[in-house]
Design a protein around this ligand. Structure first.
Ligand SMILES: Cc1cc2nc3c(=O)[nH]c(=O)nc-3n(C[C@H](O)[C@H](O)[C@H](O)COP(=O)(O)OP(=O)(O)OC[C@H]3O[C@@H](n4cnc5c(N)ncnc54)[C@H](O)[C@@H]3O)c2cc1C
Ligand SMILES: NC(=O)C1=CN([C@@H]2O[C@H](COP(=O)(O)OP(=O)(O)OC[C@H]3O[C@@H](n4cnc5c(N)ncnc54)[C@H](O)[C@@H]3O)[C@@H](O)[C@H]2O)C=CC1
Length: 523
């Protein structure tokens, strides 16, 4: 029988936020700032929570900040009306306005915000020792431990985590398995991807088969960028294991974020070896084989020894297991990192709240409301359902969006408590992301890859190998998206041009002429 722990609070507005990641913490902080009299409870399955420090606006929509992983006292000191319960929510009863916690406690709410995050969507859960995902501090500890004795690591996936890992790993051979014909396809088309290929080879050899983007011959030394600081507490099994759901594995710690890999050693068993990446394009992992299965197959393994391919017959090395790719090749490996996207942590809510059929997130409207009355959601757990007009914002499961959604959900909860509605926050007008890939600053604005534009667009390009890559997407003479790689200093001007929807037809290619100071041009 559940024990309600706050029935005497009926008169006070009680806001409950579940999840100690950036969405949950931003939501609790915003509620506290806007209503210092409110009673706010943050339920966090992990003892460590995220906090944002040194926040700075780069432009109207681009944000830079440091992220720290701290204990809960950091939040309760700065927000005196926030109480933190270190527990695991087991279910929600929207009819009774109650959530149930681990060990049979129940907590009532007037308004609830679910910020449960997501977990890695692994290529298989059948081989937990061989196939790992990266999400939280604990999973990075596992990666480091496995790496220390690894000769060869397979990285599957072509998005953010894979792109960061292939650049950071050294001391072993990395086999990068991508579904596409170019690298980092979540963020870049083939042109932009080929700008990065020399960086992949900077510290060692990189080879590739099956891709369309041939690596340029020159090896360019990349200019290291001032990186954002990200502080990780030392891996604490007891902290990140708190509240772990053994049956579904849904409750990991909070997700890592900007610059998570900086300062973390990711070195394989050969400390002398630099970066050594081999890319297999246009394929996926078909199956994993153990050494017995391998022996019984008359397959050919491609060895990653320099640029030569040798047959398995001459390979006397034995591996813990082998991966068979859909292109027929088989490689031995020590372990696999499955960097293949995320699944929102909605398993326990399937019966009570509407879930997106596409990505299993909690569907939210433009005031962050789910289908259940007084239940809101923010961050990686949610799927936005509002139409984006003009069509230059879209959801991506990113730190910046989790922070913005958490804070905006708080504003919506307070407005609705007062019987008011609220207009969609400005930050959802333009997709804007700043990050670092291969040592370069990367700014993505609007429909940076011409998403949703069909064939009805034009591209302008400016490329200086090893220095910068600028791509602008124009539709009917108006800028609708841009990719800025390197220190281009164009982000503010381009953001304004996209937001203002100015007709740029008469400027033609001069828009990207490096001899023209574009900011003056539009003053
Ligand atoms: C390796 C890595 C690198 C990344 N790098 C970047 C980057 O450079 N830039 C960027 O913008 N984004 C990056 N991201 C994405 C970004 O970190 C996430 O989008 C963001 O952190 C999501 O925040 P969240 O609060 O929604 O979810 P989470 O951080 O996952 O937090 C969810 C919280 O809910 C808790 N929880 C879950 N279920 C329950 C329950 N039943 N009861 C109680 N608590 C529960 C969890 O323990 C966790 O504390 C990265 C992600 C990863 C994994
Ligand atoms: N710098 C940044 O902005 C970073 C952002 N992140 C975020 O963290 C989250 C997790 O990152 P990722 O796991 O990299 O997700 P992702 O969504 O960025 O990329 C997933 C990739 O895996 C591929 N994929 C999916 N299923 C596959 C399969 N079965 N076989 C082969 N490939 C498959 C997809 O095509 C896609 O390229 C994302 O939300 C991402 O945006 C992560 C790291 C860095």
């Amino acid at each position: 029988m559940a024990t309600p722990i706050n029935n005497n609070m009926a008169a006070i507005k009680r806001y409950v936020v579940v999840g100690g990641g950036i969405a949950g913490v931003s939501c609790a902080e915003q509620l506290s700032q806007m209503d210092p009299t409110a009673h706010i409870t943050l339920v966090s399955a992990s003892k460590l929570i995220k906090s944002v420090t040194n926040f700075q606006k780069v432009t109207r929509t681009l944000e830079l900040f440091d992220v720290e992983e701290t204990d809960v006292s950091h939040l309760t000191r700065s927000c005196s009306n926030v109480t933190v319960i270190n527990s695991h929510m087991t279910s929600v009863n929207p009819d009774q306005h109650i959530i149930h916690l681990h060990n049979s406690q129940a907590l009532s709410y007037h308004k609830l915000c679910l910020c449960l995050g997501a977990r890695p969507k692994l290529i298989t859960r059948d081989h937990p020792n061989d196939v790992i995902g990266i999400r939280d501090t604990e999973s990075v500890g596992t990666l480091q431990h496995k790496l220390s004795s690894a000769r060869r690591v397979v990285i599957v996936g072509n998005g953010g985590i894979a792109t960061e890992l292939v650049y950071e790993l050294s001391g072993c051979t990395v086999l990068w398995v991508v579904k596409d014909s170019s690298i980092s396809s979540t963020f870049f088309d083939e042109g932009a991807a080929s700008f990065f290929l020399p960086s992949l080879r900077t510290q060692g050899e990189a080879s590739g088969t099956g891709g369309s983007g041939a690596a340029p011959d020159e090896t360019v030394k990349t200019k290291p960028l001032k990186r954002m600081r990200y502080l990780l507490d030392p891996v604490d099994q007891s902290a990140s294991g708190e509240g772990k759901d053994d049956t579904s594995g849904t409750a990991m710690g909070s997700a890592l974020g900007p610059d998570w890999s900086s300062g973390i050693k990711m070195i394989g068993n050969n400390k002398e070896k630099g970066r050594n990446v081999h890319v297999e394009y246009n394929c996926e992992v078909e199956r994993l084989l153990d050494s017995q299965e391998m022996k019984s197959l008359s397959l050919t393994e491609t060895l990653l020894s320099g640029t030569e391919n040798e047959s398995i017959d001459s390979d006397k090395t034995s591996w813990p297991f082998y991966v068979k790719l859909t292109n027929g090749k088989v490689y031995g490996a020590d372990f696999i990192v499955s960097a293949t996207g995320v699944i929102p942590n909605t398993d326990r809510l399937l019966d009570t709240i509407d879930i997106s059929k596409d990505d299993l997130g909690l569907v939210v409207d433009e005031e962050m409301r789910t289908s259940a009355v007084d239940v809101y959601a923010a961050g990686d757990v949610c799927t936005t359902s509002w139409p984006s007009v003009p069509n230059t914002w879209f959801q991506m499961r990113l730190w910046s969006q989790a922070r913005q959604m958490g804070a905006y959900a708080a504003k919506c909860m307070l407005a609705h408590s007062g019987g008011e509605s609220i207009t969609l926050d400005f930050c959802f007008e333009l997709f804007a992301h700043v990050t670092t890939f291969f040592g370069y600053k990367v700014v993505l604005l609007g429909c940076y890859n011409a998403q949703g534009l069909g064939k009805d667009y034009e591209l302008l390009l400016r490329i200086t190998n090893g220095v910068e890559y600028v791509k602008v997407i124009l539709q009917h003479g108006r800028m609708v998206g841009a990719i800025l790689i390197g220190d281009t200093d164009l982000e503010e001007t381009f953001e304004n041009l996209i937001l203002n929807r100015m007709d740029l037809t008469r400027y033609g290619e001069n828009l990207l002429d490096p001899s023209i100071d574009i900011e003056d041009y539009f003053d």
